[in-house]
Design a protein around this ligand. Structure first.
Ligand SMILES: C[S@@+](CC[C@H](N)C(=O)[O-])C[C@H]1O[C@@H](n2cnc3c(N)ncnc32)[C@H](O)[C@@H]1O
Length: 283
């Protein structure tokens, strides 16, 4: 079998028209053979290593069966950094980069020089590690309850040499032992329980614990906004990622819990994606 034949056999497996199969096959091909898609025509006529061809075709079959591409590759990019991912951990999403942008903006405009930051429901650690790397003088606490996700969190802190990020294997609903924060960030589970079954098949491969936001999808916002008000320094900020249609309800929750200067930020698709508010200087 030549390299070209192996590649074409992989493409033939990926018949699901919803997926950009040339791009996905190219990424899997590069992952297994170490040959980038742009170099494929140069090596097409060479014989393909048999074991690698088998592995490539096996990954194509798993992708076709609904396993997320990112799990097959074992890593994925976020805000210019690379994060290890696999079953049991949520894949970092571009929408979450809006939360990171908001956080960096708040740190800059509030002149926070050595901010204490929490990342609640940290998963892969993509938020915590990115803030830790962007603001080296920050002290970031990354809280995650899932055993599987916590392993990825620890690995990603190490992989990205983010020594200022402390992983905490903790339930965010029972906070303890944390110093007061300047900034609290969270991308919690926010899908209403009843909507989980209707999610696309690849998203349903991600852990339910990372997705299930309770009956109305708002359980974590209600608890986090209430529980963490007292852990925030006066003048400190709390910012959360939200589902595309949750902006008004979550902003109302900020108001009910006495936060001020409540604002939203949109994602690249034009949907409200982040809500944030400040703990008043005098409470
Ligand atoms: C939507 S994912 C976000 C992951 C990551 N922050 C990101 O943006 O990609 C939510 C995360 O919350 C974690 N989680 C769910 N319930 C939790 C709890 N009670 N305490 C701590 N973490 C929890 C899940 O395991 C999952 O990793």
């Amino acid at each position: 079998m030549t390299v070209q034949q192996a590649y074409q056999a992989g493409l033939a497996i990926l018949t699901d028209a919803k997926q950009p199969r040339f791009q996905q096959a190219g990424l899997l091909f590069e992952h297994v053979f170490g040959i980038s898609r742009s170099r494929l025509p140069i090596v097409f006529s060479k014989p393909a290593d048999e074991k690698k061809a088998d592995e490539f075709l096996s990954l194509c079959r798993q992708l076709q069966a609904g396993t997320p591409l990112q799990y097959l590759l074992g890593h994925w990019g976020f805000y210019g950094l690379d994060f290890m991912v696999g079953p049991g951990v949520l894949i970092p999403q571009p929408d979450t980069e809006v939360l990171v942008e908001t956080a960096l903006e708040l740190i800059k405009h509030s002149h926070l020089h050595c901010p204490v930051v929490y990342d609640l429901c940290s998963g892969s650690g993509c938020i915590a590690v990115t803030i830790g790397k962007q603001i080296p003088q920050s002290k970031v606490y990354a809280l995650e309850l899932s055993d599987q996700a916590f392993q990825y969190l620890k690995k990603n802190i190490k992989k990205n040499a983010a020594a200022n990020v402390t992983p905490l294997h903790q339930n965010v609903l029972t906070p303890n032992g944390l110093p007061s924060a300047d900034l609290i960030l969270s991308n919690p589970p926010y899908i209403p329980t009843g909507d989980l079954a209707g999610l696309p098949s690849d998203v349903r491969q991600e852990p339910v614990m990372a997705l299930d936001g309770g009956a109305d999808g708002l359980s974590f916002y209600k608890e986090i906004l209430r529980l963490y008000f007292n852990l925030l320094k006066p003048g400190g900020w709390l910012a959360v990622e939200i589902g595309y249609n949750q902006g008004t309800k979550v902003a109302q929750l900020f108001q009910n819990n006495h936060y001020c200067k409540i604002q939203m930020r949109k994602d690249f698709g034009g949907n409200n994606r982040v809500v944030f508010g400040q703990k008043p200087l005098e409470t």
